[in-house]
Design a protein around this ligand. Structure first.
Ligand code: PXG
Length: 290
């Protein structure tokens, strides 16, 4: 069952208007969230980010944050799901043709819950192959990815390049040529015992998995620096890994034909990944489906 504007509709009947500006113009915001064993991981942080994205786009979400929390939980309960992928979408709503948001009087809210596609074990063990793509991240004075908007063409173009190159994922640089992020993952670089990740002003989404890794590092006594990273530094890293709600922690073992470190997933990545599993299974980090 899919939640649409306060009602539950069977998947086969779940539809929104062809005049919805989310479809016509990519005018909307979303969150991708996961539930682990009956708890929605970092739900409050996801809702904070959703409302912040909507605020920047001047979309007035027709539910309080508490109401939205309830809607997410109720959708999971309706589908009897304890482990799930949750796609929460708010669009500008239906309106006449034309980009002007004033044509839309009521935002559309829908929530899809589905099963999670996990990264196959063998891929996580060997790590993934990547390319730096020629597509640059939309800059922060453009369609900034600090907002989790429905405009994903920037990532889709990058993904097409990765597909064409026969690798698993693309790495996107900022307009200045510094490391930014993956198509739907943040990136970390380990070099000489230091851990770096690009700051949001490169155009990256401030990731919830990324911020969880900050917490993990603090807990286990590792230091992480948010700083600008060049392609040369990336090629010569000891370890590289991606983080994201879908991907969790994924080792990157190749960039544009260059092996990263030994060409095998590294020890720090493995340690953080193990600690991350502990975080996702800790009820203190989630909201119960009750
Ligand atoms: N950067 C971008 C551009 C993303 O889209 C991340 C980083 C990682 O952020 P989190 O908060 O997940 O650690 C994302 C995440 C989907 C989907 O349905 C997309 C994401 C996550 C889950 C599902 O396409 N993007």
């Amino acid at each position: 069952m899919v939640y649409i504007n306060g009602e539950f509709v069977p998947k086969s009947k779940a539809a929104i208007s062809v005049f919805d500006h989310g479809l016509l113009y990519g005018d909307g915001v979303f969150e991708g969230i996961r539930a682990y064993n009956g708890y929605v991981f970092r739900l409050n942080e996801h809702l904070d980010r959703l409302y912040a994205s909507a605020h920047s786009l001047m979309i007035k979400i027709p539910l309080s944050m508490e109401g939205m929390r309830r809607a997410v939980i109720d959708t999971l309960k309706e589908n009897k799901m304890k482990d799930a992928y949750i796609r929460l979408v708010v669009t500008r709503g239906a309106g006449d043709l034309g980009v002007d948001p004033r044509k839309c009087s009521k935002p559309t809210v829908f929530i899809i819950v589905g099963s999670i596609s996990v990264i196959p074990k063998e891929v996580a063990e060997r790590g993934i192959r990547t390319i730096i793509t020629w597509i640059r991240r939309d800059p922060v004075d453009g369609t900034s990815h600090e907002m989790k908007s429905l405009n994903y063409l920037n990532s889709i173009l990058a993904k097409i390049e990765a597909n064409n190159a026969g690798v698993d994922e693309a790495i996107i640089l900022s307009t200045q040529g510094y490391l930014c992020e993956g198509t739907a993952e943040n990136v970390f670089v380990v070099r000489g015992g230091e851990i770096w990740t690009p700051p949001a002003y490169t155009g990256a989404l401030p990731g919830i998995t990324q911020s969880t890794v900050f917490e993990i590092a603090k807990k286990i006594g590792l230091k992480i620096e948010e700083r600008l990273i060049t392609a040369h530094e990336l090629f010569n890293a000891d370890e590289v890994f991606f983080t994201g709600t879908g991907a969790e922690i994924v080792p990157v073992t190749e960039v544009n034909g260059r092996a990263i470190g030994t060409g095998k997933p590294g020890a720090i990545t493995a340690r953080i990944s193990k600690e991350f599993q502990r975080f996702t299974s800790d009820p203190a980090n989630g909201v119960p489906i009750a």
